[in-house]
Design a protein around this ligand. Sequence first.
Ligand SMILES: NC(=O)C1=CN([C@@H]2O[C@H](COP(=O)(O)OP(=O)(O)OC[C@H]3O[C@@H](n4cnc5c(N)ncnc54)[C@H](OP(=O)(O)O)[C@@H]3O)[C@@H](O)[C@H]2O)C=CC1
Ligand SMILES: O=C(O)[C@@H]1CCC=N1
Length: 258
Amino acid sequence: MKIGFIGVGAMAKAMIKGYINSGQVNASDIYVHAPHKEKYREFAKATGINCSDSNQEVAASSDLVILATGPKQVVDALKDVRENLNGKILASIAWQISLERLEELTSYDLPIIRLIPNVNVEVNEGMLIYKANENLVDQSLADTVKNLELLGKMIEVPEDKFDVSGSLMGCTPAYAYLFADIFSRSAVNHGLDKQTATQLAAQAILGSMKMIEKSDKSPSDLIDDVCSPAGGTIKGLLALKKSGFEKAVIDCFDATQE
Ligand SMILES: NC(=O)C1=CN([C@@H]2O[C@H](COP(=O)(O)OP(=O)(O)OC[C@H]3O[C@@H](n4cnc5c(N)ncnc54)[C@H](OP(=O)(O)O)[C@@H]3O)[C@@H](O)[C@H]2O)C=CC1
Ligand SMILES: O=C(O)[C@@H]1CCC=N1
């Protein structure tokens, strides 16, 4: 399957790296275009993907056309390609642009899948939510989902839950990185070197997330298992609570929904 990207920003680059890392997609089957070629020329050279001269050329060269612009640029980008989408599947990762709006800007006959990925697609550990329109069904839908599963887990979500789910899995990587960063810096403050500190924090967080995924205990039961009586963890946990950590996290999530 040939894959095209309209827009070559942070998320398109992460998806492209994920596709190539998967070993299932050749760089020579990936086509990209965005207005400022200087921003992705080096990336294209390093990965071996094709730089097309226009959005139309991307659409014409691809079976799956991934719209990866910011939401405000969707109208212009789709105006460029709407005549080139016959026989193609359109995937959009644009935040808050509904399937209905995508159909309105292209065609009511076009198979379209709306997605929110997260940046961890780059290492094939992404979380992607999706909803397809009624033109994308059966084998075509199964093949599209299978293709996107090269990048991570795909979960179907109703469109009215896209904003809340999208914030939860789309924004959270930034907060997880922050958590790892602040913990490793605290260890540096106590004498550990930064590289070791980052490695230890990252593996501890990675293993903990696998426990949440694989264990049948709830996160709160898992917390109890780490808190030995009168040990260091419970002291740290209560310090976090006293400092307003939980309120800060709730405020953070609420802010993503504004
Ligand atoms: N970053 C993330 O973690 C996530 C992002 N998203 C969504 O993905 C989309 C892209 O995000 P992100 O990659 O971070 O944003 P960026 O701003 O990094 O990338 C946007 C890209 O769109 C290009 N672009 C702008 N106008 C056009 C046009 N008319 N035709 C073709 N390309 C165009 C820009 O090109 P140029 O720079 O040359 O103007 C740029 O390459 C957004 O809608 C965002 O909400 C969804 C989930 C997670
Ligand atoms: O910050 C944003 O708006 C985008 C969507 C989710 C992650 N990044």
